[in-house]
Design a protein around this ligand. Structure first.
Ligand code: SN0
Length: 317
């Protein structure tokens, strides 16, 4: 694997989950694979789980891990070609990526969307430029449109908790939030669930439909209660509007996930990627209940990064 940008790079997502679970059961099995190998985790934006879990995964493989908060501590980067660089941007991505690629064997990138220019955000300019110029494998640690390490961790978590249910009903529900957030987690979750053996339902208010290329074959309804009926897993997440790009169209607290709505499900499990605004996205009574999988998901972030880095190290030899 020389890039991990989306589900497309996983070839067979279900097989990747099986391998990841084997690695989770025996986490030190490949601790020599990354000996004398290095990874640089580059953050344009804040992070807690992605930073620490990817660092832990690198360490489990014996790698040297460097974290670079480029958004705070680096030069501002220019991405356009042929620009006269006499403004605030001190360095071109071509130069920065080639240098970092010369220092490290693998690079991870976190770069949120602008939420101002949809076409630009959806071209994934930042991770694509690193891939073009760095010459080493690139891991998406949440890009403008996708968050594949999160979605892989989510699919691992569903497989661990589905029990005897063969094809679980998985519901992705929009929930309110005070700030405009990326569509990345929602897009990515939908993209992975479309490739997994689950029944996917997405529910959101009007104006919040996800990009069709990611919603795929999901059944989409604007009636949250209808969606929750008989669900095995409820995945809550806010995203800003894709249609009226980056806008907050609703902060309707009737979309908050509470115990009354969870009662409509098939004793459904609750999921969220964190960080979560308690009592805005989800009521404490749900997120603190025994059906809440939030910590399992976070733990599986290590497992997801572990299998992805292992696959990248294996092709490097
Ligand atoms: C990010 C997002 O994409 O929604 C990262 C999630 C893994 N979340 C936020 O930026 C939340 C910020 C906030 O103010 O709650």
């Amino acid at each position: 694997m020389n890039k991990f940008f989306s589900v497309e790079d996983a070839q067979n997502p279900e097989a990747l989950v099986t391998e990841a679970l084997q690695l989770k059961a025996n986490p030190r099995a490949f601790e020599h694979l990354g000996k004398n190998k290095s990874i640089c985790l580059i953050f344009f934006n804040p992070s807690l789980r992605t930073r620490l879990s990817t660092q832990r995964a690198g360490e489990l493989l014996g790698m040297n891990v460097t974290v670079f908060n480029i958004g705070k501590e680096g030069w501002q980067l220019e991405f356009a070609d042929g620009v006269v660089m006499n403004g605030d941007k001190a360095e071109h991505i071509k130069d920065a990526a080639r240098v970092i690629g010369a220092y490290f064997d693998i690079i991870g990138i976190r770069s949120f969307p602008s939420l101002a220019d949809r076409e630009k955000d959806y071209t994934e300019e930042v991770i694509n430029a690193f891939y073009q110029y760095a010459g080493v494998p690139i891991v998406n640690m949440e890009s403008a449109t996708l968050h594949p390490l999160q979605s892989l961790a989510d699919l691992i978590t569903i497989r661990e908790h589905q029990g005897v249910i063969e094809r679980p009903k998985v519901v992705l529900t929009w929930a309110p939030h005070p700030r405009a957030l990326p569509q990345s987690v929602g897009n990515s979750f939908a993209q992975w669930m479309n490739r997994a053996d689950v029944e996917l339902v997405i529910t959101n208010p009007e104006g919040y439909d996800l990009a069709p290329e990611f919603a795929g074959d999901a059944y989409v309804t604007h009636d949250q209660k209808e969606a929750f009926e008989g669900a095995d897993f409820i995945y809550a997440k806010n995203w800003s509007s894709y249609e009226q790009y980056g806008q907050i169209l609703s902060q309707d607290s009737r979309w908050t996930v509470d115990a009354e709505k969870m009662a409509l499900t098939n004793n459904g499990k609750f999921m969220h990627c964190l960080p979560v605004r308690r009592n805005v996205i989800v009521a404490d009574e749900v997120i603190d209940s025994e059906n809440s999988l939030i910590i399992d998901q976070a733990v599986n972030r290590v497992t997801a990064a572990h299998i992805v880095l292992k696959k990248m190290l294996e092709v490097q030899g």
